[in-house]
Design a protein around this ligand. Structure first.
Ligand code: 13P
Ligand code: SF4
Length: 304
């Protein structure tokens, strides 16, 4: 079966089985085209709470499917490729963070949404890359233990200098390995382009940027800008999706190595097979985890 034929079957099956398909914006074009909603992980999990369908398929990585389940525990949430994890979300476990909390007993523990559900159960409040600055600003406590991404954490520390932000050594192995030299090379190659980077990039890369923002913020900045050329300093699929939504503008990936292998584990056939029940995995979570992890996310919603 070719791609359009498979997409047609997916659209038919979606109607027949009354399934909602969510796709993170790092998913490939063929998946994005059949999704009901495309966006960042938090936007999608909130969207899932409003849809009538009782079954939701989350094309993305495990923490994203978990977040959908936490906010919609009554729904059946399926991840088409259960092996798709986010290395950043899974690099710190509960025992490690419990021991760090003992070192900083007065700190508020702020967890980036890119964390496991288990880790969220022992943190005070979640943030997304789009909301981190606003949430940290709104917290009454001066001492903040920010996990797991030290690059996003140092971006927040710079924007909110009156807080004492404690960082641990963690981060995204895709964004975090891009060097300032690579960013400079991209700028030299495209001198008329604006450099837009994700706050998961290193501080020295962020310093070279014209704009720093979450995946969705980068997309809307580029879509609404008067400028015509952009170097995209986040996962490579964002440059591709922008080329479709803004055909008159030019988008260059900052480097061709900005590919999240876990995000690309989900293929169109995987999505199809997860709809027929041949593969994929339902997210199962106990009530206690859901309640505690939800409290961490709800606090973000309250403060945001
Ligand atoms: P956004 O929340 O900006 O979509 O980021 C998700 C992610 O995994 C970034 O690498
Ligand atoms: Fe995780 Fe980085 Fe992939 Fe985003 S790009 S899902 S943070 S590994």
């Amino acid at each position: 079966m070719n791609i359009p034929e498979l997409q047609k079957k997916i659209l038919e099956l979606k109607k027949e089985k009354d399934i909602c398909i969510l796709a993170h914006s790092y998913q490939s074009r063929d998946i994005v085209e059949v999704a009901d909603f495309v966006g960042d992980s938090f936007q999608l999990s909130v969207k899932a709470t409003t849809v009538p369908q009782k079954t939701v398929i989350m094309c993305g990585v495990r923490f994203m499917a978990e977040t959908v389940k936490i906010l919609s525990p009554e729904k059946k949430v399926i991840i088409p490729s259960p092996d798709a994890g986010c290395p950043m979300a899974e690099q710190m476990d509960v025992d490690y963070i419990e021991s760090e909390k003992e070192k900083y007993p007065d700190a508020t523990v702020v967890a980036y949404i890119n964390t496991t559900a288990a880790l969220k159960t022992i943190c005070d409040v979640c943030v997304t890359s789009a909301s981190a600055v606003k949430i940290v600003e709104a917290l009454p406590n001066k001492d903040i233990l920010f996990i797991p991404d030290c690059n996003l954490g140092s971006y927040v520390a710079q924007q909110v200098p009156d807080k004492n932000i404690i960082l641990l050594q963690g981060g995204c192995p895709i964004h975090g390995t891009i060097t300032a030299a690579e960013a400079l090379r991209a700028k030299e190659a495209h001198p008329n382009a604006k450099l837009l980077v994700h706050p998961e990039c290193k501080p020295e890369v962020q310093e070279l940027a014209d704009f720093i923002g979450s995946t969705s913020a980068i997309m809307s900045y580029a879509e609404n800008s008067e400028e015509n050329e952009f170097i995209i300093g986040t996962e490579i699929s964002i440059a591709e999706h922008l080329s479709y939504s803004c055909p008159d503008k030019i988008f260059y990936p900052m480097t061709k190595s900005l590919i999240c292998a876990d995000m690309k584990l989900t293929t169109l056939p995987d999505l199809y097979r997860s709809m027929t029940g041949e593969s994929g995995m339902e997210v199962i979570m106990d009530d206690d985890t859901i309640t505690k992890a939800k409290a961490c996310i709800d606090k973000m919603i309250d403060l945001g």
